[in-house]
Design a protein around this ligand. Sequence first.
Ligand code: FPP
Length: 236
Amino acid sequence: MEKIPQHIAIIMDGNGRWAKKRGLPRNVGHSQGSKTVRKICEAAWNFGVKYLTIYAFSTENWSRPQEEIDALMKLLRGFLKDAEKQCAENNMRVRIIGDISVLPEDMITSIKHLEEVSAVNTGLQFQIALNYGGKDEILRAVKKAAKKLANEGKNIEDMTTADISSSLDTAEIPDPDLIIRTSGEQRLSNFLMWQSAYSEFYFTDVLWPDFDKKDLEKAILYYGSRDRRFGGLSKN
Ligand code: FPP
């Protein structure tokens, strides 16, 4: 493969349908989906991807039944618990994007600890979007940028797009080159709205728990076939 996206972001959709097809509760789909996450982290790194971001829980997901929210939080707690060892073994760095302030105290503590201990790792840079919403992130970033300008004695009119970019949760992370959405839906669902301005999109009917290394390879090959112009003219 010639062109490898530096940053892939994934909307992991279809866990519920995967379970329903098998007559299983939705939570089993999420549990299977979390196993896929681990496999895709490894596969992405082996393909030469440097940054991987997954949409694990959106600001809108709180409207799901409490039982499903609890199951998702249990999976995330399980991930956070194992992650320190996983990160050390694989030289992986984990960062959480989204508003974690509303999460239970024990989760906030584990997240901060994991981010701190994995910060030195230079392998896969893995972002988990948790209580994440693109609009919410932009709003928080604009407020942060405005406060910074005020502190510097500058006028609101001086605000630039760079001020907003550097106030986002993804401030130190390059924008995604490729966004993958599984399970046949073709929408962004409030994911990385600012950062996806020039991303390529890859949609597949494969349900997230079934998504594997071969499917990731297909997405990367598709990306390689795209002519990215960033608003300019083709170089070909
Ligand atoms: C969408 O499927 C999936 C989610 C809302 C949650 C994704 C979460 C995980 C895979 C597990 C957590 C991650 C880690 C890092 C442990 P859906 O429920 O909307 O599926 P449906 O559209 O088929 O109903």
